[in-house]
Design a binder for this molecule. Structure first.
Ligand code: ZN
Length: 233
């Protein structure tokens, strides 16, 4: 069973709860779509965990910001403040790991990116069906898994010309800062079955939100970043 996770955002409580639940379900491979850091108080611990447990970890925009690769004026004030804090908190090992992340991963079944398959390095969002339709030329696999918006969702996408198979772009939501009004962590689990469609499920997981909030406050990060965790916004 494959689990796809994204947007951990240095929330160790959410990440550990997600790994623990996945192990119980029988997950034996993990793919992370990026944004391991930024917003939360445990960037190095989250980098260590994903580096040890995930077979693939992609590059996200907050990872790019955290290694000093981005003009922070693109971010809202809280994100910029958190990115600045993260730049100062990262160990050389974490920085090296994040700086070596690829933008894209592909198997026969699926394409994996942080933002969009058409231009993964441009950090555009897929928020609605029309956004997803514009991504049809960016992948040739039956499925494309993305993160970045922190809102889980499934979007049908036009088939590749040569085949008539329906295709889907799937947003796996966020482990560490869900924004769909549900504060529980998100992950997607995929089980491949012989002679039939793979089984793909969104799993929501309760975790110790208060502990994550406390750490954000104690670290001196913007209070708003703690408050939003309890409402999933
Ligand atoms: Zn993110």
């Amino acid at each position: 069973m494959l689990a796809i996770i994204s947007d951990i955002h240095a929330n160790l409580e959410a990440l550990d709860a997600t790994f623990a639940a996945g192990m119980k379900l029988g997950v034996d491979e993990w793919i992370c779509l990026g944004d391991v850091v930024g917003y939360g108080a445990n960037p190095n611990e989250c980098v260590e965990r994903v580096a040890a447990l995930c077979s693939v970890v992609l590059f996200g925009n907050h990872d790019e910001a955290a290694i000093g690769g981005m003009d922070l004026s693109w971010f809202n004030p809280w994100a910029a403040e958190a990115a600045q804090w993260t730049i100062g908190a990262l160990t050389p090992d974490s920085r090296k790991f994040l700086s070596e992340r690829p933008y894209r991963h592909e198997t026969g079944l699926a394409t994996f990116v942080h933002s969009t398959p058409v231009a993964p390095e441009e950090w555009n969002y897929v928020l609605r069906q029309s956004d997803a339709r514009a991504q049809a030329t960016g992948f040739a696999t039956p499925f494309c898994f993305v993160g970045h918006s922190h809102c889980p969702g499934v979007f049908p996408v036009d088939p590749v010309e040569a085949t008539s198979e329906p295709r889907h772009l799937i947003n796996v939501g966020s482990v560490g800062q869900p924004r769909d009004g549900d504060p529980r962590a998100c992950m997607v689990v995929l089980t491949e079955a012989q002679d039939s469609e793979p089984d793909i499920r969104l799993v929501r997981l309760k975790y110790d939100v208060e502990a994550a909030q406390r750490k954000i406050i104690e670290a001196g990060l913007p209070e708003m970043l703690a408050r939003r965790l309890e409402v999933g916004a």
